[in-house]
Design a protein around this ligand. Structure first.
Ligand code: G1P
Ligand code: ZN
Length: 542
């Protein structure tokens, strides 16, 4: 039976670039989930009888929400629902399931790398039929509907058993509980040379992969230790926990410091990696050398042809604006197009759909390709392994060779987390007001070539996105970029991105913060960061 329940709009259900993200207690409020999910379906057309994929990163409130989504989707007329066993599916695997099954779309329950648990974060995101995050047109329509919604429809049915693989019915809708790893593994086997990677491990190659008690545990166990024969114990923290063991499942140098320490230590494995809460981010560290995500996307693009899935070459490379220009240099040398998009994976979707780009990446440890429409943590790890298996060199040697060929883009991001919104907004406004006067000005050896508030014109759908971050570009190729995070759930987070290009190979082994010190000081001077944020130092440096 379908029940139609009267409801009232709830304020603030505005999906950001990564869906609707709030603290768990906010989602637990009466009708909060129901209103938002019904608003998603009200904003869509033509899904009657079609397939919906549902998956989450396993965080606290995942199961409860999945039961609600199933019952609301069935009551709204979906014909088939695919849901991963236990409700746990990585974000890239959801994207793959949508594409492989010709689904109408999918619902991803995740707050990515944010902490979980009863007081942690939760999120709901809608992905469209191409497997990627919904375009702004749809998220705007969802938000508009949340402001007028007056009823939702829900099946009056018992909960679906998510633990047992099999098929059941809710109303006329078929619910299939599936093994979420199987299809993803099959896709990886198509893209990468598993025989060569198996041979690499058999030759004594050692790696550690930290799943951070999050969604990639089962995938990594099955693919790395199972299919590829990496020794038992290769996967660390491989059991997904609702609170990620109390940790912050963000694979950066702060929250995955233990794996960094391991890679820098005396008995370091050949290769260390990690992924985040929902499995779309990656951290790559070779023995004794951390590979910045900006360098990693450039390197993966330059070497992708070594993997069977990309043997015919790549069409283009896309990077988000704050990501370093290292990838642009690879594209230039390969004679293919490079694209600079606003932050957030959804902008890559159009380029991938149109076949303009094959490899995409963000400085925030998101890398991916046209195999799905999300960034993909394990994919990046496997492509690295494929490259290492073919080139038979260490990570450090491959990175140094890359710098020798293309030059090195020294790069660092400084985050000022959870500062007061008022001060953060004033800082950005002050920068906007000073853009014109900055052009041509010199600060020591640095001269401003251009300064702007980044705007993007999408070459595929013609849409325009303004105010995507302040860019200060110097004549020597250095850059300072400022933007406010769009994914935080408390106060504002200021991100400052600092980059310097060094063509001289004799200067490729400097310590990063030292190599950037004049730009770091200038970044503070120009934006008066300390004054506006009332902070003496960043909370996270990556
Ligand atoms: C952050 C990252 C961005 C990424 C997003 C979702 O967004 O900076 O690159 O796409 O998370 O994972 P931000 O908080 O900066 O808006
Ligand atoms: Zn994520």
């Amino acid at each position: 039976m379908i029940r139609t329940i009267a409801t009232k709009p709830i304020e603030g259900q505005k999906p950001g670039t990564s869906g609707l993200r709030k603290k768990v207690p906010v989602f637990q409020a009466e009708h909060y989930v129901e209103n938002f999910v019904q608003s998603i379906f009200d904003a869509l057309e033509g899904f009657q009888g079609k397939t919906l994929v549902i998956g989450g990163d396993g965080r606290y409130y995942n199961r409860e929400t999945i039961q609600k989504v199933i019952k609301i989707a069935a009551a709204n007329g979906f014909g088939r629902i695919l849901v991963g066993k236990g409700g746990v599916v990585s974000t890239p695997a959801v994207s793959n399931l949508i594409r492989q099954n010709g689904a109408f779309g999918g619902i991803v329950l995740s707050a990515s790398h944010n902490p979980g648990g009863p007081h942690g974060d939760f999120g709901i995101k809608y992905n469209a039929g191409n497997g990627g995050p919904a375009p702004e047109k749809i998220t705007d329509a969802i938000y508009a509907r949340t402001k007028t919604i007056n009823e939702f429809r829900i099946a009056d049915a018992p909960d679906v058993d998510l633990e047992t693989i099999g098929t059941s019915k809710v109303l006329d809708c078929t619910i299939e509980v599936i093994d979420a790893v199987k299809d993803y593994q099959a896709l990886m086997e198509k893209l990468f040379d598993f025989d060569k990677i198996r041979a690499l491990f058999a030759s004594g190659f050692k790696m550690k992969f930290d799943a951070m008690s999050a969604v990639t545990g089962p995938y990594a166990h099955q693919i790395l230790e199972g299919a590829l024969g990496a020794e038992a114990g290769t996967v660390l923290n491989g059991t997904p926990l609702p609170d990620f063991g109390g940790h912050h499942p963000d694979p950066n140098l702060v929250h995955a410091k233990h794996i960094y320490d391991l890679a820098m230590g005396a008995n370091a494995p050949d290769f260390c990696a990690a992924s985040d809460g929902d499995g779309d981010r990656n951290l790559i560290i070779g023995r004794g050398l951390f590979v910045t995500p900006s360098d990693s996307v450039a390197l993966l693009a330059a070497n992708a042809h070594l993997a069977p899935g990309y043997a015919n070459g790549i069409a283009g490379i896309a990077r988000s604006m704050p990501t370093s220009a290292a990838a642009d240099r690879v594209a230039a040398k390969m004679g293919i197009n490079s694209y600079e998009t606003p932050t957030g994976w959804k902008f890559f979707g159009n380029l991938l759909d149109a076949g303009l780009a094959t490899i995409c990446g963000e400085e925030s440890a998101g890398t991916g390709s046209n195999h799905v429409r999300e960034k993909d943590g394990l994919w990046a790890v496997l492509l690295w392994l494929n490259i290492l298996a073919v080139r038979k060199q260490s990570v450090a040697d491959i990175v140094r060779e890359h710098w020798a060929t293309y030059g090195r883009n020294y790069y660092s991001r400084h985050d000022y987390e959870e500062v007061e919104s008022e001060g953060a907004n004033a800082l950005v406004q002050h920068l906007r007001d000073s853009l014109v006067s900055l052009k041509g000005k010199s600060f020591g050896a640095l001269t401003v070539a251009d300064a702007d508030d980044f705007a993007y014109h999408d070459p595929v759908d013609g849409s325009d996105s303004a105010h995507q971050g302040i860019r200060i570009l110097f004549t020597d190729g250095s850059r300072i970029v400022y933007r406010l995070s769009g994914t935080g759930t408390a106060g504002a987070t200021l991100r400052v991105y600092i980059e310097r290009y060094e063509g001289d190979a004799a200067k490729h082994d400097l310590e990063t913060q030292g190599a950037l010190s004049d730009l770091i000081a200038l970044a503070d001077e120009l934006a008066q960061i300390k004054a506006y944020t009332k902070r003496d130092a960043p909370t996270v440096i990556t």
